[in-house]
Every structure is written in structure tokens, then in C-alpha cells.
Design a protein around this ligand. Sequence first.
Ligand SMILES: Nc1ncnc2c1ncn2[C@@H]1O[C@H](COP(=O)(O)OP(=O)(O)OP(=O)(O)O)[C@@H](O)[C@H]1O
Ligand SMILES: [Mg+2]
Length: 317
Amino acid sequence: MIVFATSDKGGTGRSVTSCNMAYRLAMGRNMKVAYLDFDFGSPTAGALFEVSAVEDGTGSGAGLHAYLEGRTPVPERVNVRISTDREDLRAQRSRGGLTLFPGDQGGGETVTATPAVVQRCVDLLTLLDTQFPVVIVDLSAGRSAAMKIALEATCPANMSHNKVYWLVFHRWTRQHVMAAHSLVWGTDGIVQSGEAARTSGRRWYDAGQLESRIRYVRTAVPSLGDPATATGGPQAAFVQEQDDNLRSFAARKRLGEGKVLGETPVEPVLQWREQIILDSDVDAEIANRSTADAFEELARALIDDDTWVPVNNRSQA
Ligand SMILES: Nc1ncnc2c1ncn2[C@@H]1O[C@H](COP(=O)(O)OP(=O)(O)OP(=O)(O)O)[C@@H](O)[C@H]1O
Ligand SMILES: [Mg+2]
């Protein structure tokens, strides 16, 4: 499967959550996972996996941006378990494995969806799809060139592949819900860009088909029972009411329960530092068990065929 991780706003938790899902699939479930850093603005997946050699992209001149622009025939691959600075991660064994395809240092803001770039993307995804059961692609935020390239490369006319999915990450606030809705349904959003007629007037996708491949991930959702969030009394009542309102609002914006892959709780470790949450962090009582469980559940849901059974939007309207 090919999974595009996207968000309308920056700083939603898209990269941290995607990296943690990739880690859980590779190390916990022994799957071969490819993680592609298509964030053209700030390619920082190396930092998340604590591979210091590529923490802000690779300096080799053979990162994904260089590949897409035709400056290298083959993009660099980094074996995360072997290359990471995190001892606890290096010590893990997996019959699968996690391969990072880093972006280039300085990013790739100049990459645009030209036919040559799209074709290179098709070639790469087609190849990786035969080598890895799960390919996760972290896109730049918003209506980016990366999003356009991803949509074009995987449209039915270019890749006859029916296991291409989209995850839209957003924080649990009204503005973030609106932004996530707009990224999918708004002008130049995923559905409209996907439907846009191109040469010969051929449509790429139909809206229903594309929409059935989109799920939402709510990140850093405050826990109502958390003493830090609400101490009881009027504040607890207020927070509960806001949460209820937000849930109905999300459903009206077609981000309701049937469209949600899962959610992550507020994690103190991640408020301080972007990283993989290892079980050893939980055992050492540094990270919360609920956070590791949430990443685990997201990973499980992602590869569960039932997740992708189309839902009837009208029932959520
Ligand atoms: N569950 C969480 N609890 C607390 N903080 C979180 C959580 N998930 C992510 N964060 C923090 O939120 C910040 C933004 O996360 P991240 O960098 O993954 O977002 P992003 O959407 O990829 O941003 P960008 O658009 O800049 O690439 C980071 O500091 C991260 O550690
Ligand atoms: Mg990011």
C-alpha cells in the first residue's frame, strides 16, 4: 500500500505521527516499510528517526528532491535501525525493517509537477510498491507541489493501483477541523485537484473514489479526564461542551467518526521533542502508555482492510 501523509496546516503532528506509525509497523509487526520524506519545505524525517547524518535531509545530492528533478538516477536509502543514534532502536530486531528515503538538505521548493517529475515519481512508487508492503510518503503541508505530484503520479491513468490512501492530519480545534475539510474539499484541494480534467479532457479520479481513500488523524487531542486539562467544576463542563461541539462540527464537515483513522493524546515527550516513542520510553515512565497505544492502534488500523471500506457520507451529514 502507498500512504500519503498530508495536512493543511503546518505543525499538525503529521511527521511525528507518521514516523511513529512507520516504526510500529516495521519493528512491532515485522513489516518492510519505506518512509519517503517528500516534505519539500523542511525534510526532517532524519531528525525524527535520530539519524544525525541526514537530520535535515541528506547532503549526498541523492535525496528525493534530486531524484525527482532528475539529478540522480536512484534516491538514497537509509536503514534506520542501523543508522540511528538511538541505542534502544538499534538494539531491536525485526524481520521487516524501516528504510528512510531522505529529502535533500535545503529542501526542494523548486520541484513542480512537470510531466518528467511526475513520471519519475510513478517509476519510484511503482518500484517501491513491489519491494515494500507499506510505503509512507510525508508530503509538505497545504496545497503543495508535493501534493499535486502525488495526486498525478497515482491517478488511475498513471498507476493502475487500488491501494493508494491519504491521511489528513489535524489538531483537535475548530480551525484545524475547518482547514482539514478545506484541504480535502476546498478549491484546489485534494478532491478538486484529483478530479481536474487534464489533457484530452480525461478525468483522473471521480470524487467518490478518491474520497473513499481518505481518512483523518486527530493529533494531540486533550484528554477530558486529564487533571492538567480540566480540574472539574465549570471548567470541566466547559471543556466537555467544547469537545461535544467539535465532534458534531467535525461530523458536519465530513470528518466524523467513520472517516477517522484514529487519534493521539497529548504527549509531554512530544511537546518537548520530536521523536519515536519506544516501548522502553514507556517502561522508563518517560512517555505515556496511552501514546504508544495510540500509535500502535493507528498502525493496526492503517493496514486493516476494514478501515478502507467506503462509508456512507450522508449518514454523517
Ligand atoms: N501527540 C502529541 N502530543 C504533543 N505534541 C505533539 C504530538 N504529536 C506531535 N507533537 C508535536 O507537535 C509539533 C509538530 O509536529 P510535527 O513536526 O510532526 O508536525 P508536521 O505537521 O509534520 O509539521 P510541519 O508542517 O512543520 O512538517 C512537534 O513539536 C511534535 O513533537
Ligand atoms: Mg513535518
